[in-house]
Ligand binder design. Structure first.
Ligand SMILES: NC(=O)c1ccc[n+]([C@@H]2O[C@H](COP(=O)([O-])OP(=O)(O)OC[C@H]3O[C@@H](n4cnc5c(N)ncnc54)[C@H](OP(=O)(O)O)[C@@H]3O)[C@@H](O)[C@H]2O)c1
Length: 314
């Protein structure tokens, strides 16, 4: 049976990729696509891969909850999901919800879906799934294999393309302000700092930056070890953690933005240990719109519904 999906926020940066990725799977179909701005237009005008008859609709929470759907993907700005979740809880509680925003990433009643670190077991049969943030995915992938060796905080230096700021105009997606520039922002207390700290269970200090390219990000992560470590032992940990993961590519080189952009997975490398063995570095590059958002949402949905996780993704 084909999984019938409602996608709310379908004309946004992540929505656009969700339309494409789901169209590439034979077991899933977007049957309604929400956009107030594009309502009445064919979805193929934005995503040529979509079903020819699918039109954008201004879907209200009640519209979504009243449709015959197996799952709903919410790709809305932070703070906008609650009315959709409330309507689904009230009218169709069995529908699976995958939320791309930060709204439920700190909620005990939702499963945080980062399969390569926290496993598939919790996601299988889950009905409420919070999809991790893009920087938070990269930072956690880089820290998780060594987290028990770290003394104090892990420091994550992130640089992202401006699609990370969504389509609502702001200085962070203003190509004129970004031209020839690197823009640091939210230098303490960024949402992804709290997210990484909460889920990794160690303190994370995160400094995000936005640059003039469209998509892709890198997280350069530094940590101090509680005792001396060798590069071989540290590298081995990453291979043990991710060696069998189809969406994590391990490299001996230092990943750059170009390695992760337009790639469905994450690239991890740049492993380094200082001479005395007490400081380590790892770098993760991924696409903020793909493994940092849409690819991970499709993975999570497939796991929750017992479908092949990597169909159309590898
Ligand atoms: N961009 C990234 O790199 C990235 C990565 C990971 C996670 N995320 C998260 O994913 C979510 C979507 O991000 P995005 O970059 O795709 O955003 P976006 O490009 O700004 O798109 C937002 C979408 O939400 C719709 N929308 C906005 N306000 C709404 C409301 N009040 N009710 C219903 N629909 C509304 C918009 O369509 P209409 O206005 O036409 O209805 C649009 O389709 C955000 O929570 C973001 O934090 C983004």
């Amino acid at each position: 049976m084909t999984v019938r999906i409602g996608l709310v926020g379908a004309r946004g940066h992540t929505g656009r990729h969700l339309l494409r990725l789901i169209a590439g799977r034979s077991d899933m179909q977007v049957v309604c696509a929400g956009s107030r701005e594009f309502a009445g237009q064919p979805v193929t005008s934005l995503a040529p891969e979509a079903e020819p008859e699918l039109m954008f609709e201004a879907l209200t929470p009640d519209d979504v909850a009243g449709r015959t759907l197996d799952a709903v993907i919410l790709a809305l700005p932070n703070g906008a999901a609650a009315p959709y979740v409330a309507a689904i809880e009230a009218q169709a509680p069995g529908m699976v919800i995958v939320d791309l925003s930060a709204d439920y990433r700190f909620d005990e009643n939702w499963v945080y879906g980062l399969p390569e670190i926290y496993g598939r077991g919790r996601i299988t049969h889950a009905r409420r799934i919070a999809n991790p943030g893009c920087y938070a995915t990269a930072g956690q992938l880089a820290v998780a294999p060594v987290r028990d060796l770290i003394a104090g905080a892990a420091h994550v230096f992130g640089v992202s393309g401006y699609s990370g700021a969504g389509t609502t105009p702001s200085r962070k997606n203003d190509t004129e302000a970004l031209s020839g520039n690197l823009m640091p922002y939210a230098l303490t207390g960024h949402l992804h700092e709290g997210e990484m700290t909460r889920h990794l269970g160690i303190p994370v200090a995160f400094t995000p930056h936005v640059a003039a390219f469209f998509q892709g990000l890198t997280a350069t992560v530094q940590f101090e070890f509680s005792g001396p470590q060798s590069l071989e032992a540290i590298t081995e940990r990453y291979h043990t953690a991710y060696g069998d993961e189809p969406l994590v590519r391990l490299t001996d080189t230092i990943p750059e933005i170009r390695d992760g952009a337009h790639f469905n997975g994450a690239v991890l490398g740049g492993f380094a240990v200082s001479k005395e063995g007490l400081r380590g570095v790892a770098v993760c590059a991924l696409d903020n719109l793909l493994k940092g958002a849409a690819v991970q949402a499709v993975q999570n949905l497939a796991i929750a519904l017992g479908r092949p996780e990597f169909d159309g993704l590898t």
